[in-house]
Design a binder for this molecule. Structure first.
Ligand SMILES: [Zn+2]
Length: 251
């Protein structure tokens, strides 16, 4: 199994060991806003920790940890153009597999520009990009994101739209991007993920979005068991838990 979206820097080493024991082989840890992120330097230190420390903690626990680096819409400094200018320097690192997480959260114009600039980096450097949709105003944010994707004209296979749920799945019916299903106490349950998977034939990717608040380190194995017990074909389970994230992140 591959857990395609986490924030390991705020989780314990023991969580990593437990995830390894239940068969999670690879984890992507995404840049986020663990502090106030008030200056570009805070972000640079955060990116550095993900690349050096989280990959090391992963290998000590027996998990291959890779990194997505980007600027999160929930926390970024006024001087964010400095981050965009420096981001490409990090993309050559063998542990960096994507840009993210980025996306829209408060839906203001500055945030839209920040997303566009990261999409242009993804296009220019041929990197996959992880796009967050918020818990509040999710449909409205997704409509804006879809407009922006069209405007920048990015290839669909470079994009994962994350935190899709039963209320937003209809909006992505006609596009062939990867779709993130986040099994998490504040997002969707294993049962909601199962229903979406049963009713829609899309390129789904599962993740736990482990963070500092309540999350579920067993999100993937629980959903895998539920899919098995509900007669989802083995091939389809493998696509969602392994093949799709492997393809998207080129692991
Ligand atoms: Zn996240």
């Amino acid at each position: 199994m591959i857990d395609a979206h986490t924030h390991l820097d705020v989780r314990s080493f023991e969580d990593l060991e437990k995830m390894a024991l239940c068969g999670i082989e690879k984890i992507i840890t995404c840049a986020h806003d663990p502090y106030k992120m008030s200056t570009p330097e805070v972000y640079f230190d955060h990116w550095d920790r993900l690349i050096k420390m989280e990959t090391k903690r992963g290998s000590l626990a027996g998990i291959d940890v890779k990194v997505a680096l980007g600027v999160h819409p929930m926390g970024y400094p006024k001087e964010w153009p400095t981050l965009i200018k420096n981001l490409p320097k990090y993309l050559d690192n063998e542990n960096v597999v994507a840009i993210g997480e980025t996306g829209l959260h408060h839906l203001n114009e500055d945030e839209k520009d920040l997303l566009k600039e990261q999409l242009y980096v993804a296009i220019d450097y041929n990197m996959p990009i992880v796009i967050h949709t918020p818990e509040k105003n999710k449909r409205e944010a997704l409509v804006e994101i879809l407009k922006i994707l069209k405007e920048v004209n990015i290839r669909e296979d470079l994009v994962m739209i994350d935190h899709i749920n039963k209320d937003t799945i209809d909006l992505v019916r006609d596009i062939d991007v990867y779709l993130g299903l986040t099994v998490h106490p504040m997002k969707i349950s294993p049962m909601e993920a199962l229903k979406i998977i049963k009713n829609h034939n899309k390129k789904f990717i599962l993740s736990s979005d482990l963070g500092s608040l309540k999350s579920d380190i067993y999100a993937l194995p629980k959903t895998k068991l539920l899919m098995k017990n509900n007669n989802i074909k083995d091939d389809k389970i493998r696509d969602i838990l392994y093949k799709n994230p492997k393809e998207f992140y080129r692991l």
